[in-house]
Design a protein around this ligand. Structure first.
Ligand code: UTP
Length: 233
């Protein structure tokens, strides 16, 4: 069974979300069950609230975007550690280390069923890390678990008339998120355009879904129909 990579948006661990302890517990169950049936998984966790807080605090003092990005990366690794420890305590064979590079993660996957990591280098978000890891580990797809139900033609908070898509091609997704490029530390698109560019180049399948509901993640991991947007080459 091929590896599946999951980008877990940091907002899924947000303090303001009620029941987030249950969410983490459910995630441990979903991951544990997939591993039991022979799957290998890589989880790439976003920075969420600590990234936003840290970047906001430092933004007045630090002009160099890549230095702010490093604060974001530290936050992603904090969140990755929380998820790793929860999985380990839940009895899942998860790698000891939080890899700091794609190459490191590919190596860790050899000996473990699950690897958990955060960001790697400035200039991107964890979506791009997950997509690159999926490409380099020969994964069958990359799941982008975020906090919106589908990819929309425009930001639905700004335009309530925006169209939601069940299916898209990678080309169409690139048109929606824009050309590869990192605008500003801490800002985000539904999927990082840097990652979409890589996925397009390698024909990597993406499942974009609302990760707040762990049942949706489970269905995507099992290769079943799920509520969200299937992005294919
Ligand atoms: P996230 O991956 O959480 O980005 O990384 P995001 O899209 O802003 O937030 P989510 O998806 O809603 O959680 C947080 C920040 O950390 C830096 C960037 O500044 C990013 O905005 N980062 C992260 C990097 O510079 N490189 C990485 O590989 C990962």
């Amino acid at each position: 069974m091929a590896t599946v990579v999951v980008a877990l948006g940091g907002s899924l661990l947000r303090p303001e979300v009620e029941g987030r302890h249950n969410w983490l517990m459910e995630m441990v169950r979903v991951i544990g069950a997939r591993v039991e049936s022979g799957a290998k998984l890589a989880l790439v966790v976003g920075g969420g609230a600590p990234a936003r807080e840290g970047i906001e605090l430092a933004r007045q003092l630090i002009g160099d975007v890549s230095h702010l990005d490093r604060i974001g990366i530290a936050a992603t690794r904090l969140n990755a550690t929380i998820v790793r420890e929860a999985l380990s305590d839940g009895g899942v064979n998860v790698s000891e280390k939080i890899p700091e590079s794609i190459e490191g993660a590919v190596l860790e996957l050899v000996g473990s069923d699950v690897v958990v990591m955060g960001g790697t280098v400035p200039g991107q978000t964890t979506d791009a890390v997950a997509i690159r890891l999926a490409i380099q580990s020969g994964a069958e797809k990359c799941v982008i678990a975020t906090n919106v139900s589908k990819v929309y033609s425009e930001d639905p908070r700004e335009n309530p008339e925006a169209e939601a898509f069940d299916e898209l091609t990678l080309d169409e997704l690139q048109q929606i998120v824009g050309p590869p490029g990192h605008v500003e530390a801490g800002t985000s698109q539904v999927v990082d355009p840097v990652g979409v560019g890589d996925a397009l180049e390698h024909g990597l399948h993406l499942d974009v879904l609302d990760g707040r509901d762990t049942r949706v993640i489970k269905r995507s991991l099992e290769g079943e129909e799920f509520e969200g947007t299937m992005v294919r080459g």
